[in-house]
Design a protein around this ligand. Structure first.
Ligand SMILES: Nc1ncnc2c1ncn2[C@@H]1O[C@H](COP(=O)(O)OP(=O)(O)OP(=O)(O)O)[C@@H](O)[C@H]1O
Ligand SMILES: [Mg+2]
Length: 231
């Protein structure tokens, strides 16, 4: 009996030749101009660059929220650009978490319900989803805010709920786009610490876009983008 040939898994997360362009007049406007990037498991990486450089576009493509015009994104050697939308949504929900500048919590639901939502979508039974959501929120210091709706929370608390929601399914990768851009300096500092704590305690791979150069400089790996390219 011969052993099947097992292909190498490939790098943890890799973007190859990423081009993103939009139709513009008679031609196309190129936003990303051939980005190559490999990210190792457990790495913490910041991306800085001036407004319009393509940081959010790249983050969204790495996180499969957007598709490249050309090029491929691989996760553990699997070509994500070949997946159907349904496969991609399942893969994304099971392995990736996202935090944005604005929390995007659902206004009519409590903190607990917002955090339980990704678990419910993933098929976890209601009581178990609530139990896990509560555990995350308590872990992030929100024990006394479980039943508050977003409008009853401070900006820093809202962002912590958004982080709890992003990590409740135990993702491998956490993407954040300007996660402290909307916070005062004290809250920003606490949220920044939280990211590094979570990266260590959960072994997360962390990819953060920020305009805060002090925050960016604390990452072991720092990338800078200019005009659609990593420089
Ligand atoms: N749907 C679209 N159609 C055309 N151009 C777009 C579209 N989406 C984004 N762009 C352009 O792509 C460029 C890069 O946008 P992106 O949001 O990635 O920048 P960014 O580096 O995140 O900037 P910021 O720091 O301001 O958030 C911008 O010039 C923007 O106008
Ligand atoms: Mg942006």
């Amino acid at each position: 009996m011969s052993n099947p040939v097992i292909p190498p898994l490939g790098p943890f997360l890799a973007a190859k030749g990423i081009v993103k362009s939009y139709p513009m007049g008679s031609g196309r406007l190129e936003i990303l101009k051939g980005v190559d990037l490999t990210i190792e498991k457990g790495e913490a990486l910041s991306i800085v660059g001036s407004s319009g450089a393509g940081k959010s576009t790249l983050l969204h493509i790495l996180g499969t929220l957007d598709k490249p015009t050309l090029g491929k994104v691989f996760h553990r050697g699997v070509d994500l650009t070949k997946m159907s939308d349904d496969q991609l949504a399942n893969h994304r929900n099971a392995t990736m978490g996202f935090v944005f500048q604005f929390h995007h919590l659902l206004a009519e639901f409590t903190a607990l319900e917002n955090v339980a939502m990704p678990l419910r979508i993933g098929g976890t039974a209601p009581l178990e989803a609530m139990r896990k959501a509560e555990e995350k929120l308590v872990g992030l210091g929100l024990k006394d805010r479980l039943h508050h709706t977003p409008s009853q929370l401070s900006g820093g608390e809202q962002q912590r709920v958004a982080i709890a929601r992003a990590i409740v399914r135990g993702p491998e990768i956490l993407f954040a786009d300007e996660p402290t851009g909307n916070l005062d300096s004290g809250n920003a500092a606490r949220i920044q610490e939280l990211f590094f704590d979570l990266q260590k305690s959960m072994g997360l791979t962390l990819v953060v876009v920020t305009h805060d150069t002090a925050f960016a400089s604390r990452f072991p790996r720092r990338l800078s983008m200019r005009d659609g390219q990593i420089v």
